[in-house]
Design a protein around this ligand. Structure first.
Ligand SMILES: [Ca+2]
Length: 467
């Protein structure tokens, strides 16, 4: 019987240490870690994934000199729970208040940044750290990411673009850091989060050579000049973010630090597509546009380059990866699983066969009754299945606590035929019969229910014990 790797780690309390743990005690040189995370960007926006033609050469370089992940997923399509998973190595549903936006991460959950700092790493950040949170004094705050480097600014930035010179701040950090220590630097780029400047589509063409007619529109969007402009205004900021990444890589190179730095490039959650009734297809939705994010990693000293890996990789896997890379023990409570064996394997394709599915979901994204975005989703190479659950009954009255986990709607998509998840097959009788045979069916009845507390309505019902 196959089990999710995260479950195995959680049950057996596996303690991981590379090279016998010597790296943490002065053996092999501990790597630096640069974690570069943009705000609100789906994987498809990057040309490396084949749909968009947007030039992001720095991201492409990281992929070429390291590994491109084709199935990188945030745990939740929302800023704070997504970032909380990165820091704690847990899925959002394991973090109590940390699973919500505008709440806090309870202090009992150790963060990778604090563990690294305790081991002697210099921890610092620029831009957006963990957040947004409304009660940071009750739990961790952005300060858990060490010293802030935000003073370097860009004079007269384009409209909608923050004036933080992220790359300049990283260079400042490199100049002033204690060179005897390895570092963990969190580059929290606040682009391409909306609002975007209204005329930046002109800059996209002028500076990056992408004209309006080359801007790709998801097929559910109406193709109008105004919407093309809005998309281009947004995409421009991705190019700007990539320019910062290029400068950061150059700064590392100039100082001879690139060789032993683990560089991770990703985005916290998917693209916010403002398209009226279709707005939930991206950010804050359980679809790929909400959860499937760009992901590339390089570490020249240790990770063979030029590979494309199809394993399903979660944001909960980052913290164990960073700790193992540093030769440190992974706390038993971290349910993510280190990517270090995969990174160092030299293999492409599906490296670890058990990484053949992903569970994501959301509790809340600031909406108010009666709207509910609460959902859980499971996705494998072929199918995506999701359940939504309500926070009010049919009369608009709040449900009691027990009822809050009751699913009210399910959706099923065949990604091979319908990659944009536009044609819900959940009510198709033929699909229901076929679904019981696909690999996802197994997980719906076992791991999905165990990990998320939600019983699927149909496809997992036969094998579940009921609730
Ligand atoms: Ca975000």
């Amino acid at each position: 019987m196959r089990l999710h790797g995260a479950v195995i780690v959680g049950l057996l309390c596996v303690v991981v240490a590379r090279d016998g743990g010597a790296a943490g005690q002065g053996g092999a040189q501990q790597p630096n870690i640069l974690f570069f995370i943009t705000d609100d960007e789906s994987a498809v926006e990057r040309s490396a994934y084949g749909w968009s033609k947007l030039p992001t050469p720095a991201f492409d370089r990281v992929a070429k000199d390291g590994v491109l992940f084709t199935n990188g997923f945030t745990t939740a399509p929302s800023c704070a729970p997504s970032r909380a998973s990165v820091l704690t190595g847990r899925h959002f549903w394991e973090l109590e208040q940390g699973g919500f936006i505008q709440a806090f991460i309870p202090e009992k959950y150790p963060t990778v940044s604090q563990i690294l700092a305790d081991d002697g790493y210099e921890v610092a950040r620029t831009g957006k750290g963990w957040g947004p949170g409304s009660h940071p004094t009750l739990g961790i705050a952005s300060e858990s990411l060490g010293r802030k480097f935000d003073r370097e600014t860009i004079a007269d930035p384009p409209k909608g673009v923050h004036d933080n010179d992220y790359a300049g701040n990283f260079a400042k950090f490199l100049k002033t850091r204690d060179a005897s220590k390895p570092f963990f630097f969190w580059a929290g780029v606040m682009e391409p989060h909306e609002p975007s400047g209204p005329d930046n589509y002109r800059l996209l063409e002028k500076e990056f050579g992408v004209s309006l007619d080359e801007v790709p529109l998801p097929p559910f969007m109406e193709d109008t000049p105004r919407k093309r402009q809005a998309r281009a205004n947004f995409l421009y900021e991705i190019c700007l973010a990539d320019r910062h990444l290029a400068r950061m890589l150059a700064s590392l190179e100039e100082r001879g630090l690139l060789e032993n730095t683990l560089v991770v490039v990703t985005a916290d959650n998917g693209t916010a597509i403002s398209d009226g009734s279709q707005a939930l297809r991206g950010k804050a939705s359980p679809y790929d546009l909400g959860c499937h994010v760009p992901l590339a990693m390089m570490w020249p000293a240790r990770v063979p380059s030029g590979r494309t890996v199809t394993d399903f990789v979660s944001f909960a896997d980052f913290a164990p990866t960073f700790l193992e890379a540093a030769g440190l023990d992974v706390p038993a409570g971290m349910t993510g699983r280190s990517l270090d064996p995969m990174l160092t394997s030299g293999k492409s394709g599906r490296v670890e066969p058990e990484r053949d599915f992903m569970i994501t979901g959301l509790e809340w994204h600031g909406e108010f009754d009666p709207e509910s975005r609460s959902c859980r989703s499971i996705r494998d190479d072929r199918y995506a299945y999701l359940v939504r659950y309500a926070n009010v009954d049919g009369q608009g009255q709040p449900l009691d606590t027990a009822a809050l986990v009751m699913p009210v709607k399910e959706e099923l998509y065949d990604l091979e035929k319908d990659p944009w998840q536009l044609h819900d097959l959940a009510s198709d009788p033929a699909m229901a019969a076929a679904a019981s045979g696909f690999s996802t069916g197994h997980y719906l009845a076992t791991v999905f229910r165990q990990e998320t507390g939600v019983t699927p309505l149909k496809y997992g019902a036969a094998a579940s014990t009921g609730r």
